[in-house]
Write a protein that binds this ligand. Sequence first.
Ligand SMILES: Cc1cc2nc3c(=O)[nH]c(=O)nc-3n(C[C@H](O)[C@H](O)[C@H](O)COP(=O)(O)OP(=O)(O)OC[C@H]3O[C@@H](n4cnc5c(N)ncnc54)[C@H](O)[C@@H]3O)c2cc1C
Length: 361
Amino acid sequence: MSDSVQTLIVGGGLAGWCTARVLAGRSTVCLATMDPRADEQASSASALAGIANPLVGRRGHPVWQADRALAALERLIDDVGSDHVDRTPGVFHPAVSSWQVDDLRRSAQERPDLATWWDAPTVSERMPWLHAPRGALVIQRGCAFSVPALLEGMEADALDRGVVLRRGWRLTAWEEDADGVTADFETPSGPSSLRCSRLLLALGSGFETFDLLAALRLHSIKGQLVRVRPREFPPGVRAVQGSGYAVPRSDGTLVVGASYEHMFDDLAPSRDVSTELLARASEMLPWIADAEIVEERAGVRVTVPDTRLPMVGVLPGQQRTWVLTGLGSKGLLMAPLLADLLPGWLEHPDSIPHEVAIQLD
Ligand SMILES: Cc1cc2nc3c(=O)[nH]c(=O)nc-3n(C[C@H](O)[C@H](O)[C@H](O)COP(=O)(O)OP(=O)(O)OC[C@H]3O[C@@H](n4cnc5c(N)ncnc54)[C@H](O)[C@@H]3O)c2cc1C
């Protein structure tokens, strides 16, 4: 057994790194993750460019704790550096039907601090690159950026704060005793163990290999996206969400996503899915219809079927083992928020709001 820390976080995705940064000033922290490199395996990294949108779904409803989530994300991006993460401000959500016009317009009326409604003539005058014949919700507080760059920035920041990293370490088992937890790993140099006072599992779809976590009845959804290079790139393009989503990058490509596949055998991207994604996003951005495909990626989102909210808490039957999961397709807003709230919840587990607390029935 090599080390002993107060908090051992397992998982190097958005949840793991956001949490590691926040807990670093409060306890000794080690983050162990099975990804051999920063840009591999974590589903967070497969979201090459992601959107942080506080008004989601067809009706543009605010996400859970939208204001605090935006504030937490903005603080994180300030710490990591907005240039470093290729940030584009604002998200445009074109309406696809007349009923949606009413819903999105209402959303802007209820949250004018987050979004504004633009009718079709306004969109075509100000944003001629966007096809929105029924108008669009302009979510000024939304933004998009490179998720792998954000992960890299968080990792560098967390290491600066004293977090110890064990990369290429795969958790195989753990056991609690009266004084702490012993976690067993397969590592590049053979089996090893870490000792900690508290174990925090931020495993994403890695939950599937552990019976105790299977009891949480989480659901995995495969998501694929495709990076394309259009022949022409009009000026001023921003992130769009509606018929799928598209995020412009500073290298002249766009990331177009994402599929929702509830049944899947593997995580290999498929060219048919890429073609569908491109066709769908072309309804909003007709100039990308014949774009060249330069990269395809797929990952898994983990959801909590009943609540569709994250899930946090001590694993049932355990005292020192916590789980942080269910970020679904809102990891960019939920991970910084949960990380900010976690220190209080670790002290007072009863204060976890019931919406996100672990419930087994
Ligand atoms: C295609 C796609 C597009 C997306 N787009 C967006 C978007 O636009 N906006 C948005 O907010 N969200 C988006 N998401 C969702 C977002 O990526 C997820 O919410 C986020 O990845 C969840 O982070 P996580 O840390 O919980 O899980 P993950 O990122 O999957 O991280 C889990 C980590 O645990 C590690 N791990 C697993 N098992 C073990 C083990 N036994 N031992 C050691 N390590 C282990 C993994 O290697 C990984 O590092 C998208 C997701 C996908 C797939």
